[in-house]
Design a protein around this ligand. Structure first.
Ligand code: IFM
Length: 449
C-alpha cells in the first residue's frame, strides 16, 4: 500500500459495515423442523460433486448457534449483517404451504440482530432452490418466476416490520452458468442452451418479485419504506497489455457483454443483442418487468478477469498474489469496477460492496494457537482502500460487507476454503475471531481506514 493510501479515510456517517453469510453455507439442520430438500442438499449428497465428500448438513450449525454468531458480529462492531433465507426452509416445496417452524427461525435471527443493534440485510435467494421445483425444470421453467415472486411477497409480509433492506438474488451468474453450463454447482447441469434462458428467468423473477414485494409492503402500512436491490458478481475484464489495442478491445467487449448482460436489462430495459439471441423464450413485456426501479445495487468483487489476444489463458501472472481459490489479488480492479459501473450506468442506484474477501489457509503455532491471518487482513485493507478511491472519485458507495463472518461451506470446494473473519473448528463448532476480524472491528468502530 502506498504512503498516500496509508493517509487514512473517514467514511460518511451511517456507512454500512457488515459481513455476509448464506443459508446453505452456515445453517446446517438441512432436514429439520419441516425444511424441504434443496438442490444443494441433493447435489452435495450426490457422490463426487463436492471436494472431500463434504455437505452442508451441519455446516456451522448456525441454525442452533445463531445467538453465538450474532454476538460475534456485535464483537466485530458490525452495524449490519447480510444473510439469506433458505426458500425450502420456509416453503418446503417452493409453492403451497409455508412452514411456520422455518419462518420462526428467521424471526429469532432477526430479533437477535436487532437486539444487538445490527441491521439485517436479507437475501431471498442464495442458490438453494427447493428440489421440488427443480423436479419441474427449476429456473428453466418460467412458472418458477411467479412462484418466486409469491415467496418474496410472503417474506416481506412476515419480516418487513423489522427488515428494511432486501435483495432478491445473490449472483445470478453463478446460478445460470456454474449451475447450468459448467455443472459445478447445483443442479449440476451442463446445458449451454439452457443457461441464457435460466439467466433470463432469474432476472424476470427478480422483476416480478420487486413488484410483489412493493405491493406487499404497501399493504403493511410501514412507517419506513423497504429498500430493494439485487446482488451481482460483475466481472471486470482488463487487458493483459494495456498498450495493446487488441487486448483492450477484447477487454472492452467482455465488459459490455458480461456486465451488460445484467446491467442493461436491469437499468435500461434492453439486452445486449447476443444475449437476447440466446434466450429461447423472451416474451414481449419481459424487459419492462425486469427493469424495476431499485434502491441499491450490490456488487460482489473478488478478482478480475484478464483479456489477451496473443496467447491462451494467462494464469498465474508472474509477480501477482493468488488466494487459496486460485484467484488473483487485485484491489485496483475493485476501484476500476466501481468507477466503471457508476460511470457507464448513471441510471443505477447507490452501490454497496456486498461481498469481498479472501480464502487463505490458517496456521497454528506450536501451542495450537491460531496465527494472525496477515494475508487476509492485507487483502481486506487494500480492497477497502480501493473502494475509498472510487468514493473519492464520486462513486456513491453506501456500505461494505466482508465475506464472510464465519469459515463455512464453500460450495464445490467444501470446507477446505476458509473465507471467515471468524475461524470455525468444524469438529467442535468452536469459533475464534481471527486477527483480520479484530482489525475489521476497528475499522467499523472508527468508521475510518
Ligand atoms: O462463498 C461464496 C458466496 O456464496 C457467493 N460469492 C462468492 C463467495 C466465495 O466464493
Amino acid at each position: 500500500m502506498s504512503a498516500k493510501e496509508k493517509e487514512g479515510y473517514a467514511f460518511p456517517q451511517g456507512f454500512v459495515w457488515g459481513t455476509g453469510t448464506s443459508a446453505y453455507q452456515v445453517e446446517g439442520a438441512w432436514d429439520e423442523d419441516g425444511k424441504g430438500e434443496s438442490i444443494w442438499d441433493r447435489f452435495s449428497h450426490t457422490p463426487g460433486k463436492i471436494a472431500n465428500g463434504d455437505t452442508g448438513d451441519v455446516a456451522c450449525d448456525h441454525y442452533r448457534l445463531y445467538p453465538v454468531d450474532v454476538s460475534l458480529a456485535a464483537q466485530l462492531n458490525l452495524n449490519s449483517y447480510r444473510f439469506s433465507i433458505a426458500w425450502p426452509r420456509v416453503q418446503p416445496d417452493g409453492e403451497g404451504a409455508f412452514n411456520e417452524a422455518g419462518m420462526a427461525f428467521y424471526d429469532r435471527l432477526i430479533d437477535e440482530l436487532l437486539a444487538k443493534g445490527i441491521t439485517p440485510f436479507v437475501t431471498l435467494y442464495h442458490w438453494d432452490l427447493p428440489q421440488a421445483l427443480q423436479d419441474q425444470g427449476g429456473w428453466g421453467n418460467r412458472r418458477v418466476t411467479d412462484l418466486f415472486a409469491a415467496y418474496a411477497a410472503k417474506m416481506v409480509e412476515r419480516y418487513a416490520d423489522r427488515v428494511r433492506f432486501w435483495t432478491t438474488f445473490n449472483e445470478p451468474w453463478c446460478t445460470s452458468h456454474l449451475g447450468h453450463e459448467y455443472g459445478i454447482h447445483a443442479p449440476g447441469l451442463k446445458d449451454p442452451a439452457l443457461t441464457r434462458q435460466v439467466a433470463h428467468n432469474l432476472l424476470l423473477s427478480h422483476g416480478k418479485a420487486v413488484q410483489s414485494m412493493r405491493a406487499a409492503a404497501a399493504g403493511l402500512g410501514l412507517t419506513r419504506e423497504i429498500e430493494i436491490g439485487i446482488v451481482l458478481n460483475l466481472s471486470i475484464t482488463e487487458p493483459l497489455r494495456p498498450d495493446d489495442p487488441a487486448d483492450c478491445k477484447l477487454a472492452e467487449d467482455a465488459f459490455k457483454l458480461d456486465c451488460g448482460h445484467y446491467l442493461d436489462p436491469l437499468f435500461r430495459g434492453v439486452y445486449p443483442q447476443v444475449v437476447a439471441q440466446g434466450i429461447g423464450d423472451l416474451q414481449a413485456g419481459d424487459l419492462a418487468q425486469i427493469a424495476q426501479k431499485l434502491d441499491f445495487l450490490g456488487i460482489n468483487y473478488y478478482f478480475r478477469n484478464i483479456a489477451t489476444a496473443k496467447q491462451g489463458p494467462v494464469h498465474p501472472i508472474a509477480g501477482q498474489e493468488y488466494t487459496q481459490m486460485g484467484w488473483e489479488v487485485n484491489a485496483d480492479s475493485l476501484r476500476n469496477l466501481l468507477v466503471r459501473v457508476a460511470g457507464d450506468y448513471p441510471e443505477a442506484p447507490p452501490l454497496y460492496v456486498t461481498e469481498n474477501g479472501a480464502a487463505f489457509a490458517e496456521s497454528f503455532d506450536t501451542n495450537g494457537q491460531l496465527m494472525p491471518d496477515v494475508r487476509r487482513q492485507a487483502y481486506l485493507e487494500s480492497h477497502i482502500s480501493a473502494m475509498t478511491r472510487a468514493m473519492q472519485s464520486g462513486v456513491d458507495v453506501r456500505g461494505y460487507f466482508a465475506w464472510s463472518l464465519l469459515d463455512n461451506f464453500e460450495w464445490a470446494e467444501g470446507y477446505a476454503r476458509r473465507f471467515g473473519l471468524v475461524y470455525v473448528d468444524f469438529a467442535t463448532q468452536k469459533r475464534t475471531i481471527k486477527a483480520s476480524g479484530h482489525w475489521f472491528a476497528g475499522v467499523a468502530a472508527n468508521n475510518a481506514l
